[in-house]
Write a protein that binds this ligand. Structure first.
Ligand SMILES: C[S@@+](CC[C@H](N)C(=O)[O-])C[C@H]1O[C@@H](n2cnc3c(N)ncnc32)[C@H](O)[C@@H]1O
Length: 248
């Protein structure tokens, strides 16, 4: 083969190889998820990226904000889904767009009657739930469907602001201003999960943001950052008094 064809073809093969590697990686994850038989304590330790402070933020929101349901985007293998369902007993709605991860979660969470799993894109899922008769009135919404190349966050937030006047939103993998010890996602141009690219979107949709108050040095697990949002005056007041959060 002459050099021109080698030059032309190799990027295509490289892309195919990368895709194949990702498929194998996902299959491995799904396979392990299927074999694992985790106790509730193990699930608790792994939920919310294994972060104890994050779990405390979650419990404080559930205990004080009067939420009536939980909505999650990005079920993955159902670890945080199961934790939220077992701990709160609230209805938990979660969506996953990868068919294998969805199937594994369905099997793992089949005994939990308060969990409804959906195989769908998070954008469609939020729209459908918001327009359905089942629509929760005051949900806690955990946005965690950003992975690899997909960042549905802007559309997710637009739908949430249209559909839920009363809600608390938590976005995982978001930069915590002033604390570099927390990790965050960076998808390149205008798609970094931080205030620089999202604070205007938050305010244009009527959301006020809060960040973890405790320093990353005292956090456990993967130490991913997060932001908590609300557009509701009563919830805003409650969050302002939350010892785990600081308002920006
Ligand atoms: C970081 S993982 C979620 C982890 C999970 N929330 C937990 O705490 O265990 C992200 C998941 O979102 C899924 N995902 C990515 N884009 C999505 C989309 N647009 N709609 C639904 N799920 C999506 C991925 O397949 C992956 O399983």
């Amino acid at each position: 083969m002459n050099r021109f064809w080698e030059w032309l073809i190799s990027p295509i093969y490289k892309r195919k190889l990368r895709k194949l590697a990702t498929r194998v990686e996902y299959l491995e994850m799904a396979f392990i998820g299927l074999l694992e038989d985790l106790s509730s304590a193990e699930i608790e330790a792994r939920a919310f990226n294994g972060q104890r402070q994050r779990r405390d933020i979650f419990y404080s929101i559930i205990n004080n904000c009067g939420v009536d349901a939980i909505i999650e985007t990005g079920t993955f293998l159902g670890v945080t889904t199961r934790h939220m369902a077992e701990k709160t007993k609230l209805p938990v709605y979660s969506s996953e767009n990868n068919a294998r991860f969805h199937l594994v979660s369905k099997k793992r969470l089949s005994s939990l009657e308060n969990v409804r799993l959906s195989l769908s894109d998070s954008r469609d899922f939020l729209k459908r739930l918001g327009e359905s008769a089942e629509k929760p009135k005051r949900p806690f919404i955990y946005l965690d469907a950003h992975w690899k190349d997909d960042l549905p966050l802007r559309e997710e937030l637009e739908t949430i602001s249209k559909q839920w006047g009363e809600c608390v939103v938590m976005i995982d993998d978001f930069e915590v201003p002033g604390d570099e010890g927390f990790g965050y996602d960076d998808y390149g141009w205008k798609n970094t999960l931080n205030n620089k690219h999202f604070s205007k979107i938050f305010s244009s949709l009527g959301f006020v943001s809060f960040f973890p108050r405790k320093h990353s040095a005292t956090e456990t697990g993967a130490k991913r950052g997060c932001v908590v949002l609300t557009g509701n005056a009563a919830i805003l007041e409650t969050l302002s008094r939350n010892e785990h959060l600081r308002r920006t």
